[in-house]
Write a protein that binds this ligand. Sequence first.
Ligand code: SF4
Ligand code: FES
Length: 513
Amino acid sequence: MKETVKLKIWRFDPQKETHGHWQDFEVPYNEGMRVLDALWHIYEEIDPTLAFRFGCRAGQCGSCAMIINGKPELSCKTELLPDKEYALEPLPTFAITKDLAVDFTEPFEKMKEIRSDFAKASEEAQTFTMDEIKDLLEYHKCIECYNCIAACPSVAESWNEFMGPAYMRKYAQVQFDPRRNKDVFEKALENGLFRCTTCKACVEACPKDIDLAHKAIEKLRSVVVKHGLGPLEGQKEFIERVRSYGKAVTIEKQPLTGEDGQFGEYVGEGEPVIFFTGCMMDLRLQKIGKDLIDVLNELGYQVIIPTDQVCCGSPAIRSGDFELGIHQFKKNVEILERYGVKDVIVGCPGCGITLKDDYSRWAKEILKRSLKFKTYDINEFIYEKVMKMPPPENPLELKVTYHDPCHLNRGQGVKQEPRDLIKFTGAEIVEMKEADRCCGAGGGVRAGIRDFSRLIASRKAQHIKETKAEAIVTPCPFCIFQLKELVKNEGIDMEVVHTATLLNRLLCKSSKN
Ligand code: SF4
Ligand code: FES
């Protein structure tokens, strides 16, 4: 029997109806067929009224973007698998012309405006360096499909206040073009530059792999900061703290590190690893830090906790203060390399992505060498060792749901490991819808625009409630802070815990927080 593919397509004709509806189709499957091929089959053989957009059929024009199984994709590039079901919807945010076709007139006009107003190339001939050409090419790869706008959690809450990644990319293209006649960073600022949480949903959605979070948002923010127009007031507070005592948060409880810390420099016996605590575990969520140390000790590692480690610089870097970020980088690299230990463990994805990406980049650019250590998130570091252990005799009896921290999932590609570790403890995972949707805490947004950050988080409330879990597990101190506030405000009776805490409950029979 010929294999088929089932498609559920959102049908809506705004000229004739007020509400849309889903319609089911089944089409014959051919090896290598794409979503666009299936749509053509429906149009030619089943229903010629089906509306959808396309152009090049080769991933080059951006016309065929739509939501496929909940994610923005190009339909001409998305391969179908037989006997699988696909849900197709138009891109959100834009006006629907009909069915899967949206109206790009306004977005194209906005793009033209940025181009015509600001990008008039200087008539004087200028010479590009090869690095400048390479950087500019990145911006020019955009095919204006607007998948990034459809994926953006900040746009979803306030497109009128945040223009979105595609346009920030355009501002960056003009701002960093040596031929520009005019700076455009102030326009980017007016159009919501600081509303991005750097969650990288746009990067994941971009068919041209443009690193919008770093190359557009952070770089534009750094120009704003250099001109004294940023960062935002709330962000200035943590930047001041980093400048004055090296940490981004206030000291409210006995720190984990330092001369007055709860631990000395060396904890336990075994193969040595360095624990880079980050500010949250050091000064606010010390119990999680202790759990992480206990887990590493229990697995046979000696944990070295450099007492003079400072903030990784992530809050400064994401807010555009690269100068402070580089200062923290230099200081921490000196501290972390003095032990001659190759593995550095973090329990905070914000620190993780900074040490892995920004520090590695700066090591090459500034120190002209590679780092002498490798950074691991705790979940990826202990994964193999834990998975080889026999199943626990006294597994945890707990129903949990899991929230993917953006800087761990999209930032470091660590998605399955924490889930497997949770399952190892015996806890049952009930997946929430859109587990990888940003909680709104990152990119300095929680510090800078608290209400907006809460608004982004609130989208998760219903999904969390629906799981009827007893706990939310998420291996990120910032997400934990944000989600604890969310469950409290929404009256949701769930604890919010780090994977290290859950594992410690199992491995070390630790008492509940
Ligand atoms: Fe599409 Fe990427 Fe351009 Fe956004 S930046 S419009 S996702 S090509
Ligand atoms: Fe041009 Fe898909 S049809 S990108």
